[in-house]
Design a protein around this ligand. Structure first.
Ligand SMILES: Nc1nc2c(ncn2[C@@H]2O[C@H](COP(=O)(O)OP(=O)(O)OP(=O)(O)O)[C@@H](O)[C@H]2O)c(=O)[nH]1
Ligand SMILES: [Mg+2]
Length: 307
């Protein structure tokens, strides 16, 4: 399956909902004001929020009034264009800049898919013939170190670890040092995901960042926030909080396949303006695909259906 098919498949639930909502519009009936209300409702139901829905519908209405949109088909394809326009500024793929080791610090509340996503990322870099190392800085949850090691084992990648309950910053320090000594290309650091509302998690993450930066200038090179699409609007609040405290440089959205609320990606793109690097569309190792605005917009609305 190519990336386009994977994005499409990952957005199946959201697309199904939007299409149910818009079904009558694309079936060739002439357009009236009600069509635009339907679009607005569909966009809001997909969890894009009132603000985004307003922006999109305003533009579509203008295009209708000036005659650029005439049929239901026109309306649908203009909707795809509007969504693409909102997403395009955050289409910035993660491209390690050649710094070695390139250090990626992953963050996110518990259960969002950090550890799984690290394995998927490692796989992508391994496929590019890069030398990868993992750092097990989630020393809080009992089985976390082992979980990361199991993934590492499957990929034949080493994991730098300490004991359960050890200082995560000390593990990060050792992992960074090891990555330098071994000529590692990419070091990916796993972290704990207790609630972001607890001050000490943020403080702990700041300490990891500081320690890594002391050991290696300009590291971490990517501070990557993982958010779970099934959390919808809640994920936006998480992203805002993490960004405020830890200056996020990239976002990965997981579990798109598990939600009909995939539209929440629009307000994330619109308000945060942080690059969305990849999206997770399943539990398998290769279910992580680069984020592309056009493909995402088409996957949401479904361009292939001619109504
Ligand atoms: N359907 C689906 N499931 C996913 C995706 N990404 C991760 N998961 C699942 O989400 C669950 C949690 O994943 P983890 O990687 O353990 O999450 P985590 O953020 O490391 O969790 P903690 O370490 O407890 O904070 C697992 O069952 C994964 O298989 C995805 O893109 N799609
Ligand atoms: Mg984990």
């Amino acid at each position: 399956m190519g990336f386009l098919d994977k994005i499409r498949s990952g957005l199946t639930k959201t697309r199904a909902q939007i299409q149910t909502q818009l079904g009558w519009i694309v079936k060739g009936k002439s357009l009236d004001e009600a069509a635009f209300d339907e679009i607005e409702e569909a966009v809001i139901l997909a969890d894009s929020g009132v603000e985004i829905a307003g922006i999109i519908v305003k533009s579509l209405r203008e295009q209708w009034k000036t005659g650029r949109i005439k049929t239901g088909e026109d309306l649908k394809s203009a909707l795809v264009d509007e969504i693409e326009k909102i997403l395009l500024p955050v289409e910035k793929p993660l491209r390690p800049n050649g710094t070695r080791p390139f250090v990626i610090l992953t963050l996110g509340v518990n259960g969002v898919g950090k550890t799984t996503t690290i394995a998927k990322l490692a796989k992508i870099f391994l496929d590019e013939k890069k030398k990868v190392l993992l750092g097990a800085c989630d020393t809080f949850r009992a089985a976390a170190i082992e979980q990361l090691e199991v993934w590492g084992g499957r990929l034949d990648v080493d994991t730098i670890k300490h004991q359960h309950d050890a200082d995560p910053a000390a593990v990060a320090f050792d992992a960074t040092r090891a990555a330098k000594a071994r000529g590692t290309d990419i070091l990916i650091i796993d972290t704990a995901g207790r609630l972001h509302t607890k001050i000490n998690l943020m403080e702990e993450m700041k300490k990891i960042k500081r320690v890594v930066g002391k050991e290696l200038d300009s590291a971490p090179h990517e501070t990557l926030l993982i958010v779970d699409a099934t959390n919808g609007q809640n994920a936006i609040a998480q992203a805002e909080k993490f960004n405020e405290d830890l200056s996020i440089t990239g976002i990965i959205i997981t579990k798109l396949d598990g939600t009909a609320k995939g539209g929440f990606v629009l307000p994330i793109a619109h308000s945060l303006k942080i690059p969305i690097r990849y999206v997770g569309v399943g539990e398998k190792m290769d279910d992580l695909v680069p984020f592309r605005a056009r493909e995402f917009a088409e996957g949401l609305v479904g361009v292939e259906d001619k109504g």
